[in-house]
Write a protein that binds this ligand. Structure first.
Ligand SMILES: [Zn+2]
Length: 510
């Protein structure tokens, strides 16, 4: 049977109808978008779309993008950039999305408004849910609260051609970084993602202009980022607490937190001030208080140490001003606080103490501020950081432990999926255990050498596939617990906890 010739005009009609049905693209915007697409694809004769809309990705978008490649509109390595450009033409304009968001928030409430933003994100392919669903996620049962572990398989590996083409790109400082507001509609290149489909919502935090957007990484439900309109570096200051609580006051179904402002214990982007939030699904939020205290000065703020792996002070109050004022005092005190008996040094040649703060709003209890105490000091024995996973855990995670992981949601690199399979094969005897081979630096399991030795020693290499997998998963789970424990500045033993209380006493909290 001869294949019917692909007609881009039909696919364009389908695509525009898809946008009307899933993203509320208005009647006049639909006519406008159609003409933009006709111009892009060189269509002179319109055609009706299918009666029954084909599958969006495989029946409309993929064929259209492939047609673009075939006719020389874009190169194969720029496929994603081109696809985003096409989708940008049918996604409601930023101003329309903002107006619609505000209208929904006013009539149906803020939660329905973020549902709307999420729907636009999914339908426009800004949030690539079919890719995201490739991620492997499981719950790691653990004594002080279960952890969530994700292996991130949604980020496609760059091809050699792409890396090569990227290297040859001229240097550019526009947009200045991945978070700048100028990303709105940016067409992207091999170094910088296309952002024609990103939609942002302006928001005032601490009387400053900020905006928030959903995160394309979707590490958890409604993962979003609040971003300063100004490009300036991350800083944890008293204003941080005001901004975070301002955010959750306006979006009480989300949490919002900031990465710390120092390397090792902070996030990957320190140059542009931004926070991360989303639905309150992170493991730390489920934890009870370990011990409660009262502040002498702010009697309307409840203070507690959270029963969690690292060192978390939780402040709860209906009074935002008192809550933020006490958080300021704790921050200022912590920046200067040393307790040599437990190895906490505020400063050597540089400052080391900082805080990872996270805010929530609870209908019953009011504002909640979680202050995770952090320290980024290194020494000879711990060149990567004293409160950082030690080298024997780097096979699982080497990067800085940012706020998402500090709250118990681990995002592990995609390589780990294949490596876990390799170790399972060894423990089940499918692949003979050959230490000499694995000891070679270019062996894919080289970095797991010590883990394999330990696992083989504990379990043998004759396990069933099921048991082998259980053994490896349990090893990863235990390592993640240990990593979290590493980040605790006051350890969860008697000496550590006494030192923790001593710090609280130093700020008149008893
Ligand atoms: Zn920026």
């Amino acid at each position: 049977m001869a294949r019917t010739k692909f007609n881009p005009a039909v696919a364009i009609s389908d695509l525009v109808r898809y946008a009307q049905e899933t993203m509320d693209l208005g009647k006049y915007d639909a006519i406008y978008a159609k003409n933009q697409l006709f111009a892009l694809f060189g269509v002179t004769e319109p055609a009706d779309g299918h009666d029954k809309l084909p599958d969006f990705q495989t029946g409309i978008l993929d064929p259209l993008v492939n047609y673009g490649i075939k006719t020389g509109l874009c190169k194969e390595i720029e496929k994603l950039l081109f696809e985003t450009k096409v989708m940008g033409l049918v996604t409601p304009a930023p101003g329309t999305v903002i107006a619609q968001f505000d209208a929904i928030a006013a009539t149906d409430g803020i939660e329905k408004a973020t549902d709307y933003l999420h729907r636009i994100g999914v339908s426009s392919n800004y949030l690539r849910m079919p890719d995201i669903s490739k991620n492997i996620m499981w719950t790691a049962p653990a004594p002080m609260g279960d952890l969530t572990i994700t292996i991130n398989l949604s980020k496609p590996e760059k091809s050699r051609e792409q890396v090569e083409a990227e290297r040859n790109l001229p240097a550019s400082n526009y947009p200045r970084c991945m978070l700048c507001v100028e990303n709105l509609g940016f067409n992207g290149n091999l170094r910088h993602p296309a952002r024609e489909t990103i939609r942002i919502i302006p928001i005032y935090l601490n009387d400053e202009k900020w905006f928030f957007q959903l995160s394309p990484y979707v590490y958890f439900d409604n993962h979003c980022i609040a971003i300063s309109e100004e490009h300036h570096p991350m800083a944890i200051t008293p204003a941080t607490f005001v901004r975070l609580t301002d955010f959750v006051e306006q979006l009480p179904h989300y949490f919002m937190g900031s990465n710390a402002d120092l390397p090792i214990v902070g996030g990957s982007i320190l140059a542009h001030e931004h926070y991360q939030g989303g639905k309150k699904v992170l493991p730390m939020f489920k934890r009870p208080d370990r011990k409660t205290f009262a502040s002498a000065k702010y009697s309307n703020v409840k203070v507690s140490i959270l029963d969690w792996y690292n060192s978390v002070i939780k402040l709860t109050s209906k009074d935002k001003k008192s809550l933020c004022a006490l958080a300021d005092e704790i921050l200022l005190a912590w920046r200067e606080y040393s307790d040599e008996s437990v190895g906490v040094l505020a400063k050597t040649t540089a400052p080391h103490n900082t805080i990872t703060p996270i805010a929530c709003f609870d209908k019953e209890n009011g504002y909640e501020l979680y202050l995770i105490l952090r320290n980024n000091r290194t020494d000879e024995a711990h060149p990567h950081g004293i409160y950082h996973p030690t080298e024997d855990m780097h096979n699982v995670k080497k990067e800085g432990i940012g706020l998402i992981e500090a709250m118990g949601l681990f995002i592990l690199p995609g390589r780990l999926a294949k490596e876990i399979e390799g170790i399972v094969d060894i423990l089940s005897g499918k692949t003979p255990l050959n230490f000499a081979e694995i000891s070679k630096e270019d062996h894919p399991l080289f970095k797991h050498l010590h883990a394999i030795a330990q696992l083989a020693n504990d379990n043998g290499v004759n396990l069933s596939m099921d048991d082998a997998e259980k053994a490896v998963v349990s090893y990863v789970n235990n390592t993640c617990v240990k990593i979290l424990e590493c980040t605790g500045v006051f350890k969860n033993d008697e000496i550590g906890q006494n030192a923790f209380v001593k710090f609280l006493n130093s700020v008149d909290i008893k």
